[in-house]
Design a protein around this ligand. Structure first.
Ligand SMILES: [Zn+2]
Length: 313
């Protein structure tokens, strides 16, 4: 039996999963990303965690097919190079795949986390039910992945799908990418938390804000409605452009539930062209918090078979 390790680095958590060849999750660990302030200590903890999860499950390294890593930022997939991570400081032009392979001795492949979530939802969560699929990840950042005609669409420089960096205003607040007025600068989770603090006059977590919305707290409902309107407006454009069958909403913020989803759906109905809007299904993530690590493991399996994707670099 061959094993695969999947990593998912987010602005909040680093998740590590051990999978078998059928992409069944055998074991999982979660660490807090901000605990590792600089790039080198974050890489070090990745190396240690991968080694540990392999060792603790009594697996020999030669029985590990590969390591897949999802990263929250733009990267060059062909060269396996991380350009930068908008929400994690100190990452510029890092050949992370090569570094991990050298340190651990196992083939490693890196990709944008939203691409991996999209792969996982398309192949496993939705079992290839839809040929044209858009996936949105809502967390510290806002990511996007595109399945077009049953294939992951990467774009010219493997940078397609950056939905979070679609500008929604001429001006507006600065975004982690360095530009102004991006969707992410309005609905990234830090922004939602800051807005909630202003309204509630105290620190409030996203979980608490979701719970309050379920309890019909008018202030919490207003915040989530506004998030849904902004996301729905951008999605209306994406839907007009790509005419997808479904949009999957994943990531921590998606846990806000009905009030957020209703607001997204209403906005799309109002703002997108009628036939495309009627056709598209807005779905909650099937794989939830495991989507990123599952996609990372799946990519390793696909690359090892060389189906539709580039070879390991
Ligand atoms: Zn941006």
């Amino acid at each position: 039996m061959r094993y695969i390790v999947g990593l998912d680095l987010g602005g909040t958590n680093l998740r590590i999963g051990l999978f078998d060849y059928k992409i069944q999750l055998l074991n999982k660990r979660i660490l807090s990303t901000p605990d590792f302030r600089d790039k080198d200590s974050l890489i070090e903890i990745m190396v240690q965690s991968i080694k540990e999860i392999i060792k603790d499950n009594s697996i020999k390294e030669r029985n590990t097919l590969g390591i897949g890593v999802g990263l929250p930022g733009p990267l060059d997939y062909k060269r396996q190079l991380v350009y930068f991570l908008p929400n994690i400081k100190g990452w510029h032009n890092v050949f992370l795949g090569k570094i991990l392979k050298e340190r651990i001795g196992i083939n490693t492949i890196i990709d944008n986390d939203a691409n991996l979530i999209c792969l996982a939802e398309y192949y496993i969560g939705l079992a290839r039910k839809y040929s044209n699929l858009v996936c949105i990840t809502l967390g510290t950042g806002v990511g996007g992945g595109l399945i077009i005609e049953n294939r992951l669409y990467r774009g010219t420089n493997s940078l397609a799908g950056e939905i979070g960096h679609i500008p929604i205003t001429q001006d507006g607040p600065y975004c982690g990418c360095g530009k102004k007025g991006c969707l992410e600068s309005y609905i990234g989770n830090q922004r939602i938390i800051r807005q909630a603090k202003k309204i509630f006059k105290k620190n409030i977590t996203l979980e608490e804000l979701s719970r309050l919305a379920r309890l019909n707290d008018i202030r919490a409902i207003k915040i989530w409605k506004s998030v849904g309107e902004k996301l729905g407006t951008v999605l209306a454009g994406v839907i007009n452009l790509l005419n997808p069958e479904a949009v999957v909403i994943a990531g921590g913020v998606s846990k806000a539930g009905k009030v957020l989803f209703d607001s997204i759906k209403e906005t799309i109905k109002e703002r997108a062209m009628p036939i495309q809007a009627k056709q598209v299904k807005i779905l909650n993530s099937r794989l939830k918090d495991n989507a990123g690590i599952t996609g990372a493991a799946l990519l390793v399996k696909m690359e090892a078979r060389n189906v539709n994707f580039y070879r390991f670099s």
